[in-house]
Design a binder for this molecule. Structure first.
Ligand SMILES: Cc1cc2nc3c(=O)[nH]c(=O)nc-3n(C[C@H](O)[C@H](O)[C@H](O)COP(=O)(O)OP(=O)(O)OC[C@H]3O[C@@H](n4cnc5c(N)ncnc54)[C@H](O)[C@@H]3O)c2cc1C
Length: 427
């Protein structure tokens, strides 16, 4: 179930490993309708859980192996594009996490120290403000953390290319077919309004944020909206002022999350969280645009790049990411129930889904690989609380993150509840 990256990577690796196997992908809308077709294009070695938290939870070695597997996943996406001749605008330009303001300097230094502890210090380099400015001119920059193992892609091109590769290898994709429930056990099946689809070997639930709509797994993730605005193509003169010639994926260390891509056609894509969580984990097309958040993004673009004050925005959109209760993605298969699932990427799924797809394919085929030993394999996250607790906690955290970032941006003291909000953001 699910024609996004998770479902299609899994299908692709199953078909590649076992030519002739029967694989069907059932998609409610069209391939790429979900986050996979509308993301910010970071194909990143960044994992949804920080290196420090990974080390704390799983130990130094497992954390390091996971980080290295993420690096390899970026290269695996490149390899796939090459081999399957998918022009997804794959560009390995590295990643810059900017410290905008002194308070963010401590955060990027801490991130670098965490990577250092895992023996990856050489891959994550701290840059001074001057070194950062040589790459990219953004206001208020005090320094940056740079990593080379990061690429950007055109999400729509990648998902369409992946779907074609799956079909070329014999997979069948049923679009406009909604899964309404599933049955686990010796005769697992997906139920749809058009009929049932039985599986001999395994069902794969790959719906990410939309899994919260399936009654059987309703509380496994909460849908959190991430919104994006896209500028018109920037003129050559403006680019010469901004720089950004390597087209690194760019973010700052703010709590409300910002992520930027210089697209292949010369626009700035600016994404951010902040649109409110809806009671009962509601997902609707209306939530794809949120005037307040999109206006905030437009203001931030101009605040970051004052020379763009006359630039217009041609596109505003958004979508839901799936957030698990412990922030940790999973890729699991239970041979007893024959249900496999991978989910919980919290907005960092372009490369992580590739890793998850390879893990699921190996688990379903009964193979032990280096990936199936990683901490995200064969695990599950706890369920979220029942409403109204979920709404209260998520809305409180969203609101607090906005207040804390606004206070920092405007030179005010951090709100008194900052430690509580930061604690909730990690637990
Ligand atoms: C705005 C935005 C920006 C993002 N930016 C980035 C980024 O820059 N880098 C990054 O790494 N990650 C990013 N992400 C996250 C990343 O896109 C996701 O983690 C990834 O695409 C998840 O893939 P998926 O296949 O698991 O889920 P999805 O792509 O959401 O696919 C799930 C599919 O299941 C289908 N479906 C749902 N319910 C049913 C049903 N009942 N029956 C049948 N089919 C169903 C949906 O229509 C959908 O196509 C972003 C996400 C969003 C929303």
């Amino acid at each position: 179930m699910g024609g996004g990256y998770t479902g299609l990577w899994t299908a692709y690796y199953l078909l590649r490993e076992t030519p002739g196997i029967t694989v069907a992908v059932v998609e409610k809308e069209i391939v790429g309708f979900g986050a996979s077709g509308r993301n910010g294009g970071w194909c990143s070695s960044k994992f949804p859980v920080t290196p420090g938290m990974l080390e704390q939870r799983y130990g130094n070695r497992a954390a390091r192996e996971l980080m290295l597997a993420m690096n390899a996943s970026v290269d695996e996406v490149a390899h796939f594009c090459d081999e399957e001749q998918v022009d997804a605008h794959f560009h390995k330009g590295g990643m810059l996490i900017l410290a905008r303001g002194v308070h963010q300097l401590a955060l990027i230094r801490e991130s670098q120290a965490q990577c250092e502890r895992l023996g990856l210090g050489d891959q994550y380099r701290l840059l001074s403000a001057e070194e950062t400015n040589e790459r990219l001119k953004v206001t208020k920059v005090r320094g940056a953390l740079y990593a080379a193992e990061n690429a950007s892609v055109h999400p729509g091109r990648l998902i369409r290319g992946l779907a074609r590769a799956v079909e070329r290898r014999g997979g069948v994709i049923y679009e406009q077919t909604e899964v309404t429930s599933f049955a686990a056990g010796s005769k697992p099946l997906l139920r749809t309004p058009c009929g049932e689809l039985g599986a001999r070997k395994a069902l794969v639930l790959a719906g990410e944020a939309y899994l919260s709509r399936l009654p059987q797994v309703h509380r496994c993730v909460v849908p959190i909206y991430s919104l994006i605005s896209l500028t018109e193509p920037i003129t050559a003169e403006q680019w010469s002022q901004i720089g950004w010639n390597n087209r690194e994926s760019v973010a700052s260390a703010s709590l409300t999350v910002d992520y930027l891509t210089r697209t292949a056609d010369g626009r700035i894509l600016f994404g951010s969280r902040g649109a409110p969580y809806r009671f009962g984990s509601r997902i609707s097309d209306q939530q794809d645009r949120h005037l307040k958040t999109h206006s905030r993004i437009h203001r931030r673009v101009i605040e970051w790049f004052p020379m763009l004050n006359k630039t217009t925005f041609t596109h505003d959109w958004g979508g839901a990411v799936g957030m698990p209760r412990d922030w940790m993605p999973m890729a699991s298969f239970d041979p007893a129930t024959r249900v496999a699932t991978a989910r919980g990427y919290t907005g960092q799924g372009v490369s992580t889904t590739n890793l998850a797809g390879r893990i699921l394919a190996a688990l379903i085929l009964g193979k032990k690989t280096a990936q199936t030993r990683l901490p995200m394999a064969q695990r599950t996250s706890p369920n979220w609380e029942y409403e109204p607790l979920r709404w209260l906690a998520v809305r409180y955290a969203q609101n607090a993150f906005l207040r804390i970032d606004d206070a920092h941006d405007n030179g005010r003291r951090a709100p008194f509840d900052t430690p509580l909000a930061e604690f909730l953001g990690k637990h």
